[in-house]
Design a protein. Structure first.
Lengths: 668, 178
């Protein structure tokens, strides 16, 4: 009964989405207030029905309703309840429902946080989001229905893919999708501005907190995914340049560029059409990511469902949404007048360079991801591009970003005199250069140019960020303000830039300082690595709720003191009978000790892989700082105040009035 | 206007590319070596290190060349099929023991059965690279002239054996007789 409710809710949601996608847009075009007024209630009702469907599916999982084919394929009575919730989005159909549900969450938030926007603008935004919703709901109902029944009802389910039975899975997809799908909001804002013909600075200001919010979720989602693969896959790596990882990383890069470009458009009125294009790109890459993952066009560990019909549907959807947006852009953007002028040395220039570098990096990732397809399209054969390509191309493109991020915040808009800038920058630069070179040589024991450049850049951005905040606090202490009164968008930016430094430092030092050993150990054997002694104590058998495991015990000591007891496991899941490794990890701020259990080699001995990974936590710590920065910035009161002022122009900045007469003569 | 259409043009190319990509089977990894002579090699035998096995030994008859390792779980699944095939005597199976330890490999053969005429011991995995091996197990069908005619990626299932490999082997044996 409940699955039918879910099915029905999806159909109703589709109907409502069609209303939401048509009437408000027509109303805004024709100027019919009644049709415009439909936008909010239709969007809310549509969202609630999609969320109801998600609840129904979750209920089916929690109650082990194996008459639902999707539940039978991805769950089991022995599966712990929290993994049953994770299993809701553990495969194709559920992932799509999660996609649609998160779109609903964003839609709901937009309906509540847009009261002060002009009604016709909100109507257009919700209309555009409605079209996206129509696409996904149609896709689910036609080709990927999660509620399809199965008769005869199996006695038990086939269980969730063991790779996905990890706390990371419960978190990773929702966070990632919050980010991915969140870019629909700036996209809808940009499309509305294009439809409207009012491509001014106002839409940029309205988009800013939304973009930052989506970006912070995407950052967290990618970080959790990386941490999950580190602890589950047992290879000790944290990033594999897998097509699916790339699919989430490309929108991140473009989203980061968008955040910076929006700042210029908001504050200076420049880069207007470029910013619109970036907003379209960011969401297009999210859709492209969905396509790459869901169609199975690229083989990867993540492509669980491959059905050509599904691929064709998503491809058509992608073509329509992105194609129409780009055509609309080509039609409307030429009418936009350029914004404020700026000098060669100015914050605008630096942000332009940032944009160019980020987009080039995103393009390099796109090229590497699609390269096998390109070759296959030209019938050359099948080749995949591995980490060497990405590392060679990506690192030189991104290191300058790190370096410039530190400077950008201290440079004035419009024009910066060179001399005071240099006076401000040279003392910390000398400090970072000396400290960076000294540290890298001490750390690696040799002179390696790339490591030195990376470490110096990381120190540089961390030091300048800290100094920037400290300078503001000092001015507050001297002036009338409370000392901690730092504008949130500044604080957020600085935190994120600091996080970038932490991240780069983590990547560099973990990359160069890691040590590993493949060993064959019998109980009682010891092996030493990086000053630690790993002693294999033997294995014991364990029974989990839905698996049996062989658990090794490895005690680690340093200078005779025991520092850790690691328990790497090798699990065999009862239903799917696939072996899984669960690494034994002891983590610390400065180093991880990591043991993964291989196969028995006879006589009680086991093949084992032992890693010493310094600073690896800094990689995720950096991402946390970035996400925290995003959170602080998105909550800046400045955006709320501007929105509250609605259509009134912001007096402080020299941007054109927020709502002048329509720019485009084509607008009725 | 044209300047603004650039991104649309690039996107159209991308869509065309993806559409072509959809038509391909993602699980099919065509080997560039099919139809080409099998790469030269000369390796010590697994059981008798003093003897060597080389490409010459494969010539003059249709052979299966099976790449395996004792650390490979799906090689174990394949063993039943290979054993039955070896007993039937239809086609000789040569093995390439890949990145393995000699003792572990020999013990493994004792435990799970030995369908091989003889095994080459490729500890460094160099020969496997020349043969374009993606992972283990992989099996090549090599004709009497030493030309690679088919490559099975992953374990040989009964289905793949009866539908693809055996018909091909019989056809090649016919060809060789003529």
């Amino acid at each position: 009964m409940i699955p039918e409710v879910g099915q029905f809710a999806l159909m109703l949601a589709l109907g409502l989405a069609l209303v939401q996608a048509t009437l408000p847009l027509l109303g805004a075009w024709r100027g019919v207030p009644e049709w415009i007024a439909v936008a909010r209630p239709a969007a809310r009702a549509q969202s609630l029905f999609v969320l109801l469907a998600l609840l129904c599916l979750t209920y089916a999982f929690l109650t082990n309703d194996f008459s639902v084919a999707y539940v039978a394929e991805n769950s089991n009575t022995a599966l712990p309840w929290f993994y049953r919730i994770g299993a809701v989005w553990g495969a194709h159909e559920g992932s799509l429902l999660l996609w649609a549900s998160i779109l609903s969450v964003w839609t709901l938030v937009v309906t509540f946080r847009s009261r002060s926007l002009p009604p016709d603008f909100t109507a257009r935004v919700l209309g555009v989001m409605g079209w996206v919703s129509v696409g996904f709901l149609l896709f689910m109902l036609i080709a990927s229905n999660p509620f399809t029944r199965m008769f005869p009802v199996p006695l038990n389910g086939r269980d969730l893919n063991p790779l996905l039975q990890n706390p990371g899975l419960v978190l990773h997809p929702p966070l990632l999708y919050m980010g991915y799908v969140g870019f629909v909001v700036p996209f809808a804002f940009a499309i509305s501005a294009l439809l409207d013909g009012r491509l001014d600075a106002a839409w940029a200001r309205w988009s800013r907190p939304w973009t930052t919010a989506a970006w912070l979720f995407l950052t967290l989602g990618i970080a959790v995914g990386s941490w999950w693969s580190y602890s589950v896959l047992g290879w000790g790596g944290w990033w594999f340049w897998d097509p699916v990882e790339n699919a989430s990383f490309m929108p991140w890069l473009v989203g980061t560029a968008l955040i910076h470009s929006l700042a210029v458009t908001d504050k200076r009125g420049a880069f207007k059409s470029w910013t619109v294009l970036l907003a379209i790109f960011a969401f297009s890459l999210s859709l492209l990511g969905t396509f790459l993952v869901r169609s199975g066009v690229l083989v990867s560990v993540h492509a669980f469902a491959t059905d050509p019909r599904r691929g064709i549907f998503i491809l058509m959807f992608l073509a329509v949404v992105v194609g129409l947006s780009l055509l609309l852009y080509a039609w409307r953007a030429p009418t936009v007048k350029g914004g404020g002028n700026f000098h060669v040395l100015s914050r605008e220039t630096l942000l332009l360079v940032n944009n160019v570098l980020l987009i080039s990096a995103a393009f390099a990732v796109l090229l590497g991801t699609l390269y096998p397809l390109i070759l296959e399209g030209m019938a050359v054969g099948k080749i995949s591009v591995g980490p060497p390509y990405f590392n060679t191309v990506f690192v030189p493109l991104t290191l300058p970003i790190v370096f410039l991020a530190a400077i950008g915040a201290g440079v004035r808009w419009k024009q910066q005199k060179l001399r005071p800038l240099l006076r401000y920058l040279w003392p910390p630069f000398v400090v970072c250069l000396a400290a960076g070179i000294g540290f890298s040589i001490w750390y690696t024991g040799e002179v390696r140019a790339l490591v030195i450049v990376a470490v110096v850049s990381a120190f540089w951005v961390m030091l300048l960020s800290a100094r920037d905040i400290w300078g503001r606090i000092r001015r507050n202490l001297a002036g009338a303000n409370r000392w901690y009164r730092v504008p949130r968008h500044v604080l957020g930016m600085t935190l994120a830039h600091f996080g970038l430094g932490v991240f780069v430092l983590g990547v560099t030092l973990a990359g160069t300082g890691s040590m590993e050993k493949d060993v064959n150990m019998a109980p009682g054997d010891s092996v030493s690595l990086a000053g630690y002694t790993f002693r294999f104590e033997g294995v014991t058998k364990l029974r989990g709720p839905n698996y049996t495991a062989t658990q090794g015990a490895v005690s680690v000591s340093r200078d005779g003191h025991r520092v850790a007891l690691l328990h790497p496991q090798k699990r065999v899941y009862i239903v799917q009978t696939s072996p899984m490794t669960e690494a034994g990890i002891q983590s610390g701020l400065f180093r991880d000790l990591y043991v993964s259990l291989g196969d028995p080699t006879g006589g009680g001995a086991w093949a084992m892989r032992i890693y010493y990974k310094p600073m690896v936590r800094w990689i995720w710590l950096g991402a946390l700082f970035m996400a925290l920065g995003g959170l602080v910035a998105a909550l800046d009161r400045r955006y709320r105040l501007t929105v509250a002022r609605g259509a009134a122009p912001a007096p402080r900045t020299p941007v054109p009035p927020a709502h002048p007469v329509p720019v485009s003569p084509g607008n009725p | 206007m044209v300047r603004y259409l650039v991104s649309f043009g690039l996107f159209a190319i991308l869509v065309a590319l993806l559409a072509v990509g959809l038509g391909h089977d993602p699980r099919r990894i065509p080997s560039p070596l099919i139809g080409k002579p099998a790469p030269q090699f000369s390796l010590p035998e697994l059981a008798h290190p003093e003897r060597t096995l080389s490409r010459k030994d494969l010539l003059g008859k249709v052979t299966l060349f099976n790449v395996w390792a004792s650390w490979c779980v799906s090689c174990r699944d394949e063993m039943r099929v290979l054993d039955a095939l070896a007993k039937s005597g239809v086609v000789p199976i040569y093995g390439l023991n890949y990145k393995d330890h000699r003792t572990a490999a020999l013990e493994w053969l004792k435990a799970f059965g030995n369908p091989y005429v003889v095994n080459a011991f490729d500890q460094a995995g160099r020969v496997a690279i020349n043969w374009g091996v993606y992972g283990v197990p992989e099996t090549f069908v090599v004709d009497a002239k030493g030309i690679i005619r088919y490559k099975q990626i992953g374990p040989i299932t009964p289905y793949a054996l009866n539908r693809k490999i055996l018909p091909l082997v019989r056809r090649l044996q016919e060809e060789a007789r003529r």
